[in-house]
Design a protein around this ligand. Structure first.
Ligand SMILES: Cc1cc2nc3c(=O)[nH]c(=O)nc-3n(C[C@H](O)[C@H](O)[C@H](O)COP(=O)(O)O)c2cc1C
Length: 210
């Protein structure tokens, strides 16, 4: 399958086969793909929560507009970001850069100090907006990786983050949820699997400036 065939194969899965589960290798691949996502400045102010617990997912259903994918998929992935992030977290990132790359402090210092100031002065709302954008990039990355690996998925904004934060214990971990991604394998009778893809013709979405 070439990449376009994989992207045509994928769709926002509405009904998962509850008897099919991702293998540990498939889960590991998704975790690593998430961790390799590009993030602004490389700060990785994101976490991926992997929910397999059936009872917890049943509780989430009421706050997911009863979208069954949350309980029927093999696993429910939830992309979240920290509710508090400041200059100290930036410093921790630069410590990791130094540990991994051995970059001298004097090379890193000007940029590090600029970023520490940025994150010490930005409002929580600005940070929420910025980290949420990173969450969407991670979602896109995971969707493509899933398509290439023949794993079905349904990108989801349709849930109440405050309730997810409570039920998943994210608030007490200093995290807040942005997106959900049930992953698994499509049910044979998912009517959406057979529907044609609805996309505008390329000449309506691509603008060439020559
Ligand atoms: C950010 C985002 C949020 C979405 N939220 C939901 C959702 O809550 N429930 C759902 O069934 N589909 C959701 N979708 C799926 C879209 O409806 C779907 O991707 C779109 O209709 C195109 O169809 P396709 O992905 O099957 O090609 C979402 C997609 C994106 C990108």
């Amino acid at each position: 399958m070439n990449i376009l065939d994989s992207l045509k194969w994928r769709y926002a899965t509405k009904k998962f086969d509850t008897s099919k589960k991702l293998t540990q290798n498939q889960l590991q691949l998704l975790k690593e793909a998430f961790n390799l996502t590009a993030t602004s400045y490389g700060l990785q102010a994101l976490n991926l929560v992997v929910v397999s617990n059936a009872e917890i997912r049943e509780q989430l259903l009421a706050y997911s507009f009863r979208q069954k994918q949350v309980v029927e998929a093999s696993h429910l992935l939830v992309i979240c970001h920290p509710t508090h992030f400041d200059g100290k977290d930036v410093q921790t990132y630069f410590n990791l850069v130094q540990e991994i790359r051995n970059t001298p402090t004097e090379v890193l210092k000007p940029f590090r100090d600029f970023l520490i100031n940025e994150f010490d002065t930005k409002s929580d709302e600005e940070k929420h907006l910025s980290f949420s954008k990173q969450a969407y990039i991670a979602l896109g990355n995971l969707l493509t990786v899933c398509a290439l690996e023949k794993i079905d998925a349904c990108p989801m904004e349709g849930f109440i983050p405050a309730k997810y934060d409570e039920i998943l214990g994210l608030s007490e971990k200093g995290l807040t949820s942005v997106l959900a991604l049930p992953v698994g394998f499509r049910a044979e009778d998912d009517f959406m699997a057979k529907e044609k893809k609805v996309r505008k013709p390329l000449d309506q979405t691509i603008i060439e400036i020559q």
